[in-house]
Design a protein around this ligand. Structure first.
Ligand code: AMP
Ligand code: GLY
Length: 405
């Protein structure tokens, strides 16, 4: 089977690794992939941002399935262009992906469909937004409406910081800001496969967005992850019934049927699960810890999403836990250096190193174990065998289970 995989991060390396393990004969085109993923597929030097070139590539190659990894090409309508050409695509249309690329649209969508989320207002001008912020009892969360690679959000502790965040976003002409109530609780990532009408939840996972130990410092693209997180059965059902099902039904009812991976980032509050944001794609680094746990072959599952037949699919999971730790280059996230190719330890069963690039987040070291402490110890053992002076990583990934404390 010929598969085109769009993207070049560690998430896409993990997808390619799983597809290759499932089917040694698969023809995998990685557009563009990266140096570390080269052994598992054929790299095609088309960047994930060049939609016209990707459409041309897919039209020439006619893959049986195209998997779109990052949000950028989804927001640019790549899935629409390919479906119009009769190709099977795992990834939502531009309209369905608006649930990620406009935070304001996503919040209004949630309001329309009664999906639990933080109270919010949307502003197009600074002075109105400032007035609203100053009228709140607690400093609210400030979000750039536009896609910002996980970095457009400020969770301020003081009103001054909230106002500074507003000013910095409105310094850009045409900016729009979502101001929302700060939620208290613990965070968990839900991943649901969606075929337009129906959805299947994958195991829950946790990622670590702040750069420093103890969740200190700037928000990043994600510094580590583990799965599964065992949500109490009642909470899992609430996530399905109050969030995933109404989102999938609401998108279909609004003429934007969703086909792909829907990833609500959740805050588990005292009052139940609340949506922090929706993503229209697999999480990074969550994917790197979810796929090593998946026992079923991946391609038929993604193809079923593309063709509206998810109900027939059998999803099986390995026992145990998977932990992944991200290694970033010196200076990340403010001023990341570019580093030369790293010498990596040899592959081991139940473990992997998923590479991203040569600057910023470099790779995710991933390992499975029977228990969380075992998986965590193995992942750190692999990471510690990689020499990178000044390299940054968190030392507290999966140090405890967020669900049980
Ligand atoms: P987002 O890009 O919307 O996921 O936000 C990035 C991070 O900011 C989230 O993972 C949360 O840790 C935090 N955050 C966003 N919105 C809220 C909120 N309403 N209350 C508390 N924390 C939030
Ligand atoms: N893990 C955060 C993200 O993929 O957006």
């Amino acid at each position: 089977m010929k598969i085109l995989l769009v993207g070049g991060g560690a998430r896409e390396h993990a997808l390619a690794w799983k597809l290759r393990r499932d089917d040694p004969a698969a023809e995998l085109l990685l557009a563009p992939g990266n140096a570390g993923s080269a052994p598992v597929g054929r790299a095609v030097p088309v960047p994930a941002t060049d939609v016209a070139a990707l459409v041309q590539l897919a039209t020439e190659e006619r893959p049986a399935l195209t998997i779109i990894g990052p949000e950028g090409p989804l927001a640019a309508g790549l899935a629409d262009w390919l479906r119009d050409r009769g190709l099977a695509v795992f990834g939502p249309s531009r309209a369905a992906a608006e649930i990620e690329w406009s935070k304001g649209w996503a919040k209004a969508f949630m309001r329309r469909h009664g999906i639990p989320t933080a109270a919010f207002e949307v502003f197009d001008g600074l002075s109105e937004a400032e007035r609203y912020v100053l009228g709140q009892a607690q400093p609210p969360v400030i979000k750039d409406d536009a896609l910002a690679g996980g970095k457009g959000v400020t969770v301020p502790d003081t009103m001054d910081d909230a106002l500074a965040a507003l000013r910095s976003i409105f310094a850009r002409p045409g900016a729009r800001v979502v101001v929302e109530e700060r939620l208290l609780g613990w965070e968990v990532s839900a991943h649901a496969l969606v075929d337009g009408q129906s959805a299947r939840l994958l195991p829950f996972s946790c990622d670590y967005k702040r750069v420093g130990d103890g969740d200190q410092g700037e928000n990043t693209g994600g510094m580590g992850a583990y799965a599964p997180v065992q949500l109490p059965a009642g909470l899992r059902r609430r996530v399905e019934e109050e969030i995933v099902r109404p989102a999938v039904a609401g998108l279909a009812a609004e003429g934007r049927p969703y086909r792909g991976l829907l990833y609500p980032g959740l805050m588990i509050t005292a009052a139940g699960p609340r949506v922090v944001e929706f993503n229209a794609r697999f999480g990074d680094p969550e994917t790197q810890v979810l796929l090593p746990l998946l026992a079923s072959p991946l391609a038929p599952v993604l193809l079923a999403c593309a063709s509206g037949s998810l109900g027939d699919v059998d999803l099986r999971w390995h026992e145990g836990v998977c932990c992944g730790v991200v290694l970033a280059s010196p200076g990340y996230p403010q001023a990341p250096l570019t580093v030369p190719a790293l010498a990596l330890p040899p592959a081991e069963e139940g473990a992997a190193i998923f590479s991203a690039g040569t600057t910023g987040r470099l790779l995710t070291a991933v390992a499975r174990g029977d228990t969380l402490p075992q998986a965590r110890r193995r992942a750190y053992e692999i990471l510690e065998r990689i020499s990178l002076p000044g390299g940054r990583y968190r030392t507290d990934i999966a140090a405890y289970d967020r669900a049980t404390g």
